[in-house]
Design a protein around this ligand. Structure first.
Ligand code: ATP
Length: 242
């Protein structure tokens, strides 16, 4: 539904050397791009800079050509950006249903929004069947996989146009990883959702991505079709450690 463009983005912490140094990247409308790179390559920093959680030193972030760079996070969210941060941030004290309603709140505001909100939450139960079974369970009682599903569903329920994910497969069983990545692929195909997927799970990410982008020392060192990247052992060895 939207194209995300990053132009010459430079980001750093304090007075330190830049973590991202003049980075260019495009995530096309309805595409899935895997963002790869060793620990500390700057994947989290990029996702946080895109959402306005980490300030940028220079460069621009554009959504369908509109400059988001100076906007606060909530304005970027209203324009369609959503971030699923690392660590499955769901509200532990709230139930699955409450977490989902919370995610949908801003999109379907007020009394009039309730039918739309309920329909959107119902759709999430269709996408993530384990959540339907556990809709009244508190967040802290969920398994790691269920929690990650809820974090993803809570982002999707507000119908973002661009979804940014930080290591959703971390620590999850292969079957759950396959299920989660499959939902992302399906959503991109069915609804035109644009996805930027930061992952250490290179094989999993490239299996659902159209393109793979490799970060190293703050720069993009490869930006290729996912299949070509997966089939390049020299590149994998040099930058991805296997
Ligand atoms: P990982 O896979 O380990 O999460 P990453 O690719 O997401 O790695 P970042 O977390 O973006 O990488 O970190 C990139 C660099 O920025 C690292 O050198 C890290 O130490 C540094 N860094 C990250 N957050 C901060 C911060 N809040 N203050 C100072 N330096 C930071």
């Amino acid at each position: 539904m939207s194209t995300l463009t990053v132009e010459r983005l430079t980001v750093g912490y304090g007075d330190g050397a830049p973590v991202l140094d003049g980075l260019d990247l495009e995530v096309p409308d309805g595409g899935v791009v895997a963002l790869l790179g060793a620990n500390g390559a700057g994947k989290t920093t990029l996702l946080r800079a895109l959402t306005g959680l980490t300030p940028v030193r220079s460069g621009r972030v554009l959504l369908d050509g509109a400059d988001l760079t100076g906007l606060p996070t909530e304005d970027r969210v209203r324009r369609g950006l959503a971030l699923v941060p690392e660590g499955r941030g769901v509200v532990a004290e709230l139930t699955v249903a409450e977490n989902l309603r919370l995610g949908a709140l801003w999109r379907y505001a007020g009394r009039g929004g309730r039918p739309g909100r309920d329909a959107a939450v119902g759709q999430m139960y269709e996408l993530f069947e384990p959540l339907a079974r556990r809709r009244d369970a508190a967040g802290h009682t969920l398994s790691g996989g269920e929690r990650q599903m809820l974090a993803l569903a809570r982002a999707l329920v507000a119908r973002p146009s661009v979804l940014l994910l930080d290591e959703p497969s971390l620590g999850l069983a292969p079957l759950v990883v396959a299920q989660l990545l499959g939902v992302l692929r399906d959503q991109a195909e069915a609804t035109g959702l644009t996805v930027l997927l930061a992952e250490q799970n290179v094989t999993g990410a490239l299996s659902v991505a159209d393109r793979g982008v490799v970060l190293s020392l703050g720069e993009v060192v490869a930006d290729r079709p996912a299949a070509a990247l997966a089939a390049d052992p020299a590149l994998r060895h040099a930058y991805l450690g296997f």
